[in-house]
Write a protein that binds this ligand. Sequence first.
Ligand SMILES: CSC[C@@H](O)[C@@H](O)C(=O)COP(=O)(O)O
Length: 397
Amino acid sequence: MADQYAQSGEDIRPPETPTSPANQVKEAAPAIPAIRWAEPPEGPVLVLLDQTRLPGEETELVCTDAPALVEAIRMLAVRGAPLLGIAGAYGVALAAARGFDVDEAAVTIAGARPTAVNLGYGVRRALAAYRSAVAGGAGRERAGAAALAAARALHREDAEASARMAVHGLALLDEMLPGGGHRILTHCNTGSLVSGGEGTAFAVALAAHREGRLRRLWVDETRPLMQGSRLTAYEAARSGMAYTLLTDSAAGSLFAAGEVDAVLIGADRIAADGSVANKVGSYPLAVLARYHHVPFIVVAPVTTVDPETPDGASIEVEQRASHEVTEVTAPYVPMAGFEAGGGIVVAPLGTQAYNPAFDVTPPELVTAIVTEEGVVSPVTAGGLGELCARSRQVSMS
Ligand SMILES: CSC[C@@H](O)[C@@H](O)C(=O)COP(=O)(O)O
């Protein structure tokens, strides 16, 4: 493997020790928060860090109503399961605060993308708070305040969950890989850009980095929208961790070279049987991990477990436009209507692309699921009964 690195002309070998000076701990999160609520005089508005512009520009996108938020969600300015939940909750509060039809807003926001279960959860939670305030005699303003309080609570809880996932995930890594020096492969983006805190899978890698136990984060670029190269590499670079970017299709040779100790990914929806929907390309990694006897670890909050979806076949996988594959846009430039991306064309005009945003990994390929409540193996636990029960409790709170 060392020879192979040398041939590329660039020495990307892991540092001699995990705590070498090059591996300094810095702040991973962008200077602008992924989401924030602004009160008057700026608001009431919902302000998003426009993730389509990263890593080139850190710019904000201001949403004044539900249709603007729906567009931001569809074009992936705001994305990732936990953050979609938070955005959904704030979206309901926004509709209330600005005098729009709250029920209509809730329906359109919840329907913006189908796979991440957290989006609907966040919307329902804020809507329930709004309705219960109305039922209790509150006027529009007080009911809106109740929806906003629910959104803020979800935002805070997600940050707390993220911190606890990091603790459980790092303990699991240390148990599975005694000796430290973890070489972790991750896919898509699961850091502070998808969370009220430091994220899911990325938060675990960050914890390992801070403890001096991360030797290298291997970052899949994540075709076609490059969440890995644009966002995860950006967060990894900011944190000062040792990381290397690879094309998705290079993962096989990386496993074969014995360079991966564990795979850490997030999830958009976990079915009751332990099937995991995550960014397309996750399932092939699970197959590779099994073949190479490498743990495949999923990190997600309890709210991503969906007791109402019995199995993987029941998960709706979002299909996205052909142009995301037939054109290369860097950064991804949103265009009205989504008919064309306005990028560099890399396929014959008119080519139809198969472009599922997610794939589903069956439970037998999942070594462990890490939540804020602890670690469970879907196979040895015989399903996710307890986690489902917990998720039901949380979603009714
Ligand atoms: C905690 S993030 C888990 C997933 O939401 C993440 O891996 C992912 O697949 C995001 O997909 P995206 O299409 O960018 O919203």
